[in-house]
Write a protein that binds this ligand. Structure first.
Ligand code: NAP
Length: 474
């Protein structure tokens, strides 16, 4: 597949390509054009020219919303084709891929409706006249996304950016560029002006660096590792470019003895192992009250061992392969570290006899929160179960991490639910369920998990500038 520059498909300027693998087979699946400096320059020129011309920003907000509704409809029309592509490229079970494609259409529908609900304010100032606050588009938005939810995370940024009237340049992860390229085609087909849409696969250190350091780019929306986010923040400081960051996580699921803990033990394994653990929201630390600890570990392990690991296109598969051999090796290395630190590996961590990048879900018991497996983001199918003594100890452990993205707690005591939910420093927390992400509600992290919030109307803040306009009556 070609790059999409200013809405037009073309090969990379220097003819470079990248090989895309299928994680289930480890074989080559597609060849994609790989952008370089010249392609970044062309994409920024197209985005800048179309933004400055007002071709999209000056369309009525209602009209922009109608175009985004067409995007959603085209995604739904092609959902099976896109889901199959995503399942094969990212190694996702087909059922999960279908859910994600449906959720991607939901995101466009939400922001289609949001486009004409970006309200300003009037302010009762002391001077005679009317003081108004206007929300205007930021300009050229570089949107850099990871490989774990390639299409869905692209839509979290692209839909609100376009709803607000911006131009977008999407930089997908090198491992998973295919669904973002498909989305780019759909955006143009639905009626987003060509110049407002570019999709640039290619190495992050070239494309990403070039986008981040270019003064013609007004805004960077990034999802990925905390270390990459920190380097983007440094690079963007030169031009004071607006930056929002969705970064790593090490979220806790806190289970009190007074909860329906059997229900938690039945559902929490998929809160760690879904997407083969490659999920920023993964509840990779399960913090369990000491009095139920052994029973909980046994029940959690039974559920884990019943999960169906298999080929992404098999309808019954619950856990697919990991994205790459390198990513799998990271998990294997952490299992060695856990053993050396004294944790007990109860199950999993096995590589089946298969060329794909499979790894069975691993459960670690008797983990202390100071161990590296409890402190560092593994981004693989490894769950650490940590005992706690009392409510204060549970809160201390949940907060004892550099991250603060997601989390859940299980209790039947409403007062405790309120106290603990307020005390845990995290961007999202759920009580008696492990779901964290809802299209209509803000999502993002405290501490090293990021800056700013995506989804819901909060995302509009990233993609608008605030202008104060005063009309004098004198
Ligand atoms: P990553 O290595 O940081 O890469 C993310 C994106 O940044 C890719 O497109 C990558 O391109 C690009 N990139 C790499 N170096 C860059 C640079 N110097 N400047 C600009 N862009 C650069 O992250 P990943 O391994 O793909 O994703 C896993 C991480 O994402 C995990 O830490 C996970 O927790 C986090 N994540 C967070 C959220 C959230 O919402 N908080 C959601 C999902 C994932 P290449 O692919 O070409 O290297």
């Amino acid at each position: 597949m070609d790059l999409l520059i200013g809405g037009i498909a073309r090969p990379a300027h220097d003819g470079a390509t990248l090989r895309v693998l299928e994680p289930a087979t480890a074989a080559e699946f597609a060849t994609v054009a790989s952008g370089g400096q010249n392609d970044v320059d062309a994409a920024i020129r197209a985005a800048r020219t179309s933004f400055d011309s007002g071709v999209w920003a000056n369309r009525s907000a209602t009209d922009r919303g109608r175009v985004l509704l067409r995007v959603a409809a085209l995604i739904r029309d092609r959902s099976e084709q896109i889901a199959t592509l995503e399942a094969r490229n990212a190694g996702k079970p087909i059922g999960d891929a279908r859910w994600e494609v449906n959720a991607a259409a939901d995101v466009f529908e939400y922001y289609a409706g949001a486009a004409n609900k970006i309200f300003g304010e009037t302010i009762p100032v002391q001077d005679a006249g009317i003081d108004m606050v206007l929300r205007e588009p930021v300009g050229v938005c570089a949107l850099i996304v990871p490989w774990n939810f390639p299409l869905l995370i692209t839509t979290w940024k692209t839909a609100p950016a376009l709803a607000c009237g911006n131009s977008v340049i999407i930089k997908p992860a090198s491992l998973t560029p295919l669904s973002a390229l498909k989305l780019g085609e759909i955006l143009v087909e639905a009626g987003v002006p060509e110049g407002c849409v570019s999709v640039l696969p290619g190495p992050g250190r070239i494309i990403g660096d070039a986008l981040v350091s270019d003064p013609r780019v007004d805004k960077i929306g990034f999802t990925g590792e905390t270390t990459t986010g920190a380097s983007i923040l440094r690079a963007s400081s030169e031009n004071i470019t607006r930056v929002s960051l969705e970064l790593g996580g090490k979220s806790a699921c806190v289970v009190f003895a007074d909860s329906d803990w059997e229900k938690s033990a039945a559902s929490t394994p998929m809160a760690v192992f879904a997407n083969t653990g490659q999920d920023c929201c993964a509840r990779s630390r399960i913090v369990v009250e000491a009095s139920i600890y052994d029973d909980f570990v046994a029940a959690f392990t039974r559920t884990t061992e019943a999960l169906r690991v298999g080929a992404p296109l098999e309808e019954t598969t619950e856990i697919g392969p990991m994205i790459s051999a390198a990513q799998r090796q990271v998990s294997l290395d952490y299992l060695d570290i856990a053993a050396a630190e004294g944790a007990e590996q109860v199950t999993g961590g096995v590589i089946p006899d298969d060329p794909g990048f499979y790894l069975t879900p691993a459960v670690l018991a008797h983990v202390d929160n100071s161990m590296r497996v409890a402190q560092e983001e593994i981004f693989g199918p490894v769950a650490s179960i940590i005992p706690f003594r009392d409510e204060a100890d549970a809160i201390r452990i949940a907060n004892d991490t550099p991250y603060g993205l997601s989390g859940s707690l299980w209790t039947r005591d409403l007062g405790r639910a309120v106290r603990v939910a307020k005390a845990i420093r995290t961007g999202v927390i759920s009580v008696n369920t492990n779901r964290s992400v809802r299209t209509e509600a803000p999502f993002g992290g405290y501490k090293h998990s990021g800056l700013g919030r995506e989804l819901g109307m909060h995302a509009m803040n990233h993609y608008t500038e605030v202008k104060n306009l005063f009309l004098s009556s004198e």
